[in-house]
Design a protein around this ligand. Structure first.
Ligand code: AOF
Ligand code: ZN
Length: 359
């Protein structure tokens, strides 16, 4: 039976899931709320891989009060031994009487097995589908269902759609609030993808530096993926000495030094084939990738239709018609324009952030 309170508590579980967003990858970030006699007795969310899942953390929080409680979870409890034991067993052992979940886990080792285990043990199970629960773990779902990560393009541009002066000079187009926001998107990503050109021109760090995302003094760094088909990036590039891993993706030749991880992929039009890159990143495993790159790579993702979201930060200034465009996209006819929908818009300091999705 679905009561209004079920929805409320399930949304509460989903809100808890956001707490682990920067820790959980490549695991899905899940939230769990334990409720007994109308009162919340336990809260949990997914920690780093190998540490507790949401359910186990909520059970630990509730202690004895978990017996007879209802567990609200944003995802079906797992039913297999991975890095940690199955949550279905932990819930059964703790004596919860009912489980309400917002989504079935499509992982081949779960996919309904978690619910089946609970029911076999006499626990009532209700699934109340929440679209927000899907959106919250879109990267994980994309990796498991489509074999490719969720691709989020990020661009900071002027109101006339320019990202840098013709000289390459690009600091600072947007303000500090927009830049702080980018840190949050990086923090929940598994990989930051960029191109050799950006590394050669800007020498970026591409790291998460905001202490908000630290746990026990360390910050989980998304892997930096540099598409460097001809191996032009020198070992002196800043990103090699930053915390976290760097992966160089190339299409020909042999890397001369062993410092960074290398991956050779097929080429398409002389560049790394993006259609080959994405499954390779899913294999690593990557849920969400953030593409922070120049006009060529952004244009290539747009043109290939291999993107799920574009985060567009717009600063109310004009860089002028000699400045660099946000995407290199030679389109001649109206028939071929790439259309998008504005899914969300927000102001950040003096800038505007649009979230666009393919139309
Ligand atoms: C849950 N609760 O909070 C999460 C789940 O290697 P492990 O043990 O960490 O298991 C990873 C799998 O667990 C992952 O692929 C997904 O199926 C599930 N994630 N399940 O019950 C959680 N994060
Ligand atoms: Zn689990």
């Amino acid at each position: 039976m679905t009561a209004a309170s079920d929805l409320l508590f399930l949304r509460g579980a989903l809100a808890l899931a956001t707490k682990g967003r920067h820790l959980a990858p490549p695991n899905p970030s899940v939230g769990c709320l334990l409720v007994r006699d109308g009162a919340i007795v336990g809260r949990g969310w997914t920690h780093s891989p190998g540490e507790g899942h949401a359910e186990v953390n909520a059970l630990a929080d509730a202690g004895e009060l978990a017996t007879g409680a209802t567990a609200y979870v944003s995802l079906e409890p797992c039913a297999f031994h991975g890095r940690t034991p199955p949550c279905s067993e932990a819930l059964i052992r703790a004596g919860v009487s009912r489980v309400v979940a917002a989504l079935t886990d499509p992982h081949p080792k779960v996919a309904g097995e978690g619910f089946a285990d609970l029911r076999k043990a006499g626990i009532d199970v209700d699934v109340i589908k929440l679209p927000e629960a899907e959106a919250a773990i879109a990267g994980y779902l994309s990796r498991i269902r489509r074999g490719r990560p969720f691709v989020r393009l990020k661009v900071a541009a002027s109101i006339d759609g320019r990202t840098a002066m013709a000289s390459g000079e690009s600091r600072w187009v947007t303000g500090s609030a927009a830049r702080a926001d980018v840190q949050a998107w990086r923090a929940k990503s598994c990989a930051i993808v960029t191109g050799a050109e950006t590394v050669l021109v800007d020498d970026p760090a591409l790291t998460v530096r905001d202490e908000r995302f630290a746990r026990n003094g360390t910050i989980r760094q998304p892997i930096r993926v540099v598409l460097d088909s001809k191996l032009r990036v020198p070992q002196t590039a800043k990103l090699f000495s930053e915390p976290g891993e760097t992966l160089i993706v190339h299409t020909a030749g042999q890397p001369v030094n062993g410092q960074a991880d290398h991956l050779k992929l097929p080429a398409a039009n002389g560049r790394v084939d993006l259609a080959a890159l994405l499954p390779a990143l899913a294999e690593r495993p990557c849920n969400e990738v953030l593409v922070e790159a120049g006009p060529t790579l952004i244009g290539a993702f747009l043109e290939a239709g291999l993107w799920d979201e574009l985060l567009l930060y717009l600063a109310p200034k004009f860089l002028g018609s000699d400045a660099r465009p946000l995407a290199h996209l030679p389109i001649a006819r109206m028939l071929d324009v790439i259309e998008a929908k504005i899914a969300h818009r927000e102001t950040l300091g003096g800038d505007l952030r649009l979230r666009l999705i393919p139309a």
